[in-house]
Design a protein around this ligand. Structure first.
Ligand SMILES: Nc1ncnc2c1ncn2[C@@H]1O[C@H](COP(=O)(O)OP(=O)(O)OP(=O)(O)O)[C@@H](O)[C@H]1O
Length: 762
C-alpha cells in the first residue's frame, strides 16, 4: 500500500429513541463496535442456519451525540484539510427517516441543532478571516439527483431552450464534473448560508409513513475553495472542494407505504442506492478491474469521492428501534464495506500560467537591465581596445543564454496554457463564450468539481424561471454578467441583505401583505376531508378582513408555527442584544488599549530622552511603570482577541437566526394565505382535487394532470413534467375555476402561468 493511500472512514450515527432495544443492539466500550442480535426466525424451521448475530467495527459510533460533537468528529479535520488543498466528501447514508438530513443540514428551527453544512460554511469563513496571508475565494453549488435526473438547486438562468438540455456528468483528466451546473461566488458567510437556504427550498421532499419530510432525491452541496498567497507574488495556488452529500433514504415499500409518484421515486432511490453498493463492492475488491461508476448518475457524480483523490467520510445513519433492525443491518454492512475502499488524497496544486509568464517576463527585463548596466560600465572603463569585448564576452554570453532559455520557457508556458484550455472539460462552453456565474471563463481556474460553468439554460423542469424575465434578458443582471442573481427573485444576491431578511427594528410583527412573494417553504395544506367539508359548509358569504383572519389564524391553525416564530425571534433578539453588548465592550477595550499605548509611547520617549540603561547582556532596562504598562497592554490585547472571537461567533449566530426567523415568518404567512384561500376563496370543486385521495397528491404533482383541470388554460402551459410540493401554492391557483376569478389576488402567478413558468414573481 502506497503511503498516500487512505481508507474511507465510516461512522455510525444512531438516531435517539426512547425505546432502545438492549437485547438487539449493543455498543462496545471501544465506541467503535456494534453488535447486532436478531432472533432466529422460527418460521424457517428447526434446522435454520441463518446467522443471528453480527459484529461491525467502524471508525466510531455516535450515540446520543450532539450536532456539535458530530461536526467535531466528522468534519472539522476534513474542512481544515480542504483549506490546505485536499478535496473532501462527507456522505450520509441510511434508511429513510434515520437522520441523514438532520445530520447534514440540521433542524431549520434551531441554531444549536444546525447540521454539518452550515457549520462547515462557518469554519471555512472563520479561516478566511484568520488566514490574513492568504487570499481565499469561496464558491458554492447545490444540486440534486431526482429520479435519475440532475437538477441545479441554485439555477437562476433565464428560461430558454433549457429544458431540452439536461445537466449531465462529464469526465476529463481533471475529474468528474456536472456540465451546466451553476457555481456561485460566496464572498461572505451570509451569502453562502443564503445559497444553502435557497437551495433547500428547491429540494424535492415528500411525505410517507416513515418520514413526514422525506428527501426524495440525492443532494450534493459543494464548497469550492481557492487559496492564493497574498505575500508571495507566487504563481502557485491550491484549490479544493468539499462535497456534502445527503443521500435519499432506502425504503421498504411495505413500511413506507409509498404509492403513485412516491412509489416511482422510491424505486429510483432504491435502484441508485443498489448501484452505489455495487460500486463499493467492486472498489473493495482489489482484483476487480472494472468499477461500474457509470451505471447511475449518483455513482458517476461521486466517482472522485469514492475512488479518487479525496478525504472521504461516510456517516451511516441508523434507527435503533428493533423494528428497523434489518435496515440497520444492511446500513452497517454497507458502512463496513466502505471502510475497505481506498482513496488517494493529494494537494490540488495549481499554477497560474498567466502569472508565471508575467514573472518570467519580469526576469527577462531585469536581466536585460543588468546587461545594459554592465555594458555601460565596461564602456566607461579604461581598457584597451578589445579588453571590453573580452570582459564583456562571458557575462554577455551567459545573460544571453539565460534570456533565451527564459523566453523559451515563456513560450512553453504560454503553449501549455493554450493546450490546457483545449483539453479543459469546459471547451464547449469556452467556444460558446459562456462564463460561470462569477464571470469566470468556464474551467478557467480549477476545471474540477462537480460543476463547471454555467447552466446555459434552465435546468429544472418547472423550475423558477420566467419568460417575462427572458424578455428582459438584456437588462437582467445575469445577462450583464454582473454577478450572481438570486434564483428566487432574479435580484442580485447582495453580500448582506438586511432589507430583505432583517426583522423590523420596531419590533412590530409584519402585517399580512396582499402582494408579496409566495415563494416559501412547502407546507402541508391538506386538511382532513371532514374538516374541509365542515369548513366549506360554514363558509361565510363574504371573506373576512385579512388582518382579523390572520389574528385568528395565529391563535389556532397557525399557532405552532407562530410559537416557533416567536421563539426564534426571542432567540434572535437575545443574540442581537449580546452582540451589541460585546461590540460595546470591544469599543471600550479599544479605547483602553489606545490610552495604554499612548502612555507607553510617552514613557518610552521619556526614557530615550533621559538616556537608556543597559544590562550586562546589552538589553535596555525599563522602569516598573513602563513594565506594568506593557503587561497591561498585553492583557488587554488578549482580552480583545477573545472578545473579538466571541463577537464573530455571535455575528454568525445572528445571521443564522435571522434566516430562521425569515423562514418562519414566510411560512406563517404562506400557510395563512393557503388557509385563507381554501377557506374563503377557492371554489369547493377545486379543493376536491387537492384533497388526499383526490386527483392531486401533495408532494410531487404530475403537472399534466393539474393542467387538464383547467378548462381553457391548457393551451397556455406547455410540457412540464413534475413540480415539487412547494409549488403546490401555484397549483392551487392554476386549478382555480374560473382561472381569472383570482386574477386580482394572484396576478403575478397567473401572468407567469401564461408564460409557462413556475416562478415567484419578482
Ligand atoms: N439525532 C437526532 N436527534 C434528534 N432528532 C433526529 C435525529 N435524527 C433524526 N431526527 C429527526 O427524525 C426525523 C427524520 O430525520 P431526517 O429527515 O433527517 O431523516 P432522513 O434520513 O433524511 O430521511 P429521508 O431519507 O426520508 O429523507 C426528523 O424529524 C429529524 O428531526
Amino acid at each position: 500500500m502506497s503511503a498516500s493511500l487512505k481508507r474511507i472512514t465510516a461512522f455510525a450515527r444512531v438516531k435517539p429513541t426512547s425505546d432502545f432495544p438492549q437485547d438487539v443492539l449493543k455498543f462496545r466500550a471501544d465506541n467503535k463496535t456494534i453488535d447486532v442480535f436478531v432472533e432466529r426466525d422460527v418460521s424457517k424451521g428447526v434446522v435454520n442456519n441463518k446467522q443471528t448475530n453480527w459484529s461491525f467495527k467502524l471508525d466510531g459510533v455516535l450515540h446520543n451525540a450532539s450536532q456539535d460533537m458530530v461536526y467535531n468528529v466528522l468534519a472539522t479535520g476534513l474542512v481544515s484539510q480542504a483549506l490546505n488543498g485536499y478535496n473532501g466528501t462527507i456522505m450520509c447514508y441510511g434508511q429513510t427517516g434515520a437522520g441523514k438530513t438532520y445530520t447534514m443540514t440540521g433542524m431549520t428551527e434551531s441554531y444549536l441543532n444546525r447540521g454539518i453544512i452550515p457549520r462547515a460554511i462557518q469554519q471555512v469563513f472563520k479561516s478566511v478571516e484568520e488566514h490574513g496571508s492568504q487570499f481565499i475565494t469561496v464558491r458554492i453549488s447545490y444540486m440534486e439527483i431526482y429520479n435519475e435526473t440532475i437538477f441545479d438547486l441554485l439555477s437562476m438562468m433565464p428560461l430558454g431552450a433549457a429544458m431540452d438540455v439536461p445537466l449531465s456528468v462529464v469526465e476529463s483528466p481533471y475529474g468528474v464534473s456536472v456540465k451546466g451546473l451553476t457555481i456561485h461566488p460566496a464572498p461572505t458567510e451570509e451569502v453562502a448560508l443564503n445559497l444553502l437556504f435557497e437551495g433547500n427550498l428547491n429540494r424535492s421532499v415528500g411525505q410517507h409513513a416513515l418520514n413526514t419530510r422525506s428527501s426524495r432525491s440525492h443532494c450534493i452541496f459543494t464548497i469550492y475553495i481557492e487559496c492564493h498567497s497574498r505575500i508571495l507574488s507566487d504563481a502557485r495556488y491550491v484549490t479544493s472542494k468539499i462535497n456534502l452529500v445527503d443521500l435519499a433514504g432506502s425504503e421498504r415499500l411495505a413500511k413506507s407505504k409509498s404509492e403513485g409518484q412516491g412509489l416511482k421515486e422510491a424505486t429510483y432511490i432504491n435502484k441508485s442506492l443498489s448501484f452505489l453498493e455495487q460500486v463499493i463492492l467492486a472498489l473493495s475488491d482489489r482484483n476487480r478491474e472494472h468499477i461500474p461508476f457509470r451505471q447511475s448518475k449518483l455513482t458517476y457524480t461521486l466517482k472522485d469521492s469514492l475512488g479518487g483523490n479525496c478525504n472521504t467520510v461516510l456517516v451511516a445513519n441508523i434507527c435503533s428501534e428493533a423494528i428497523h433492525i434489518i435496515e440497520t443491518l444492511s446500513t452497517l454492512r454497507f458502512a463496513s464495506r466502505m471502510k475497505w475502499v481506498m482513496t488517494e488524497p493529494i494537494v490540488n496544486e495549481k499554477f497560474d500560467a498567466e502569472r508565471m509568464v508575467k514573472n518570467l517576463e519580469k526576469d527577462v527585463l531585469y536581466l536585460k537591465e543588468e546587461l545594459a548596466m554592465h555594458n555601460s560600465l565596461v564602456r566607461r572603463g579604461l581598457g584597451w581596445p578589445g579588453q571590453a569585448e573580452l570582459r564583456l564576452g562571458l557575462p554577455q554570453m551567459q545573460v544571453k543564454h539565460q534570456e533565451e532559455m527564459l523566453l523559451e520557457h515563456v513560450g512553453h508556458t504560454a503553449q501549455k496554457l493554450h493546450n490546457n484550455a483545449c483539453f479543459s472539460p469546459s471547451l464547449p462552453f469556452c467556444q460558446a463564450g459562456l462564463v460561470d456565474a462569477e464571470g469566470h471563463l468556464v474551467g478557467e481556474v480549477d476545471g474540477q468539481g462537480f460543476g463547471i460553468g454555467v447552466a446555459p439554460f434552465s435546468s429544472k423542469p418547472g423550475g423558477k424561471k420566467s419568460k417575462a424575465k427572458k424578455g428582459k434578458d438584456l437588462s437582467s443582471p445575469t445577462s450583464k454578467k454582473e454577478g450572481p442573481v438570486s434564483p428566487q427573485s432574479g435580484k442580485e444576491v447582495e453580500p448582506v441583505s438586511p432589507s430583505r431578511s432583517q426583522v423590523t427594528t420596531s419590533g412590530k410583527e409584519p402585517e399580512v401583505k396582499e402582494t408579496r412573494e409566495l415563494d416559501t417553504i412547502s407546507v402541508d395544506t391538506h386538511r382532513s376531508d371532514s374538516a374541509a367539508k365542515e369548513e366549506a359548509s360554514t363558509r361565510p358569504s363574504s371573506p373576512p378582513a385579512r388582518p382579523a383572519a390572520f389574528e385568528d389564524f395565529k391563535n389556532e391553525r397557525g399557532s405552532e408555527i407562530n410559537r416557533i416564530f416567536k421563539e426564534n425571534k426571542g432567540i434572535l433578539n437575545d443574540r442581537k442584544k449580546k452582540l451589541s453588548e460585546v461590540a460595546h465592550r470591544l469599543n471600550l477595550l479599544k479605547q483602553e488599549m489606545d490610552t495604554a499605548r499612548q502612555a507607553l509611547e510617552a514613557q518610552k520617549l521619556e526614557r530615550e530622552q533621559q538616556g537608556e540603561y543597559l544590562n550586562d547582556e546589552g538589553q535596555i532596562i525599563i522602569d516598573e511603570e513602563e513594565f506594568l504598562l506593557i503587561m497591561k497592554l498585553k492583557d488587554l490585547r488578549k482580552q480583545y482577541r477573545a472578545d473579538y472571537s466571541e463577537l464573530r461567533d455571535l455575528r454568525s449566530e445572528v445571521q443564522y437566526c435571522q434566516h430562521l426567523v425569515d423562514q418562519c415568518r414566510n411560512r406563517l404567512l404562506t400557510e395563512f394565505d393557503i388557509w385563507y384561500n381554501e377557506s374563503f376563496l377557492i371554489p369547493e370543486e377545486v379543493q376536491e382535487v387537492l384533497r388526499p385521495g383526490g386527483a392531486i397528491r401533495l408532494g410531487m404533482i404530475p403537472i399534466n394532470r393539474v393542467l387538464t383541470l383547467v378548462s381553457n388554460s391548457s393551451s397556455l402551459v406547455g410540457r412540464l413534467p413534475t413540480i415539487s410540493c412547494r409549488r403546490l401554492i401555484c397549483c392551487s391557483v392554476v386549478t382555480a375555476k374560473p382561472l381569472f376569478h383570482l386574477l386580482g389576488l394572484y396576478q403575478n402567478h397567473v401572468y407567469q402561468i401564461a408564460d409557462k413558468q413556475w416562478h415567484t414573481a419578482s
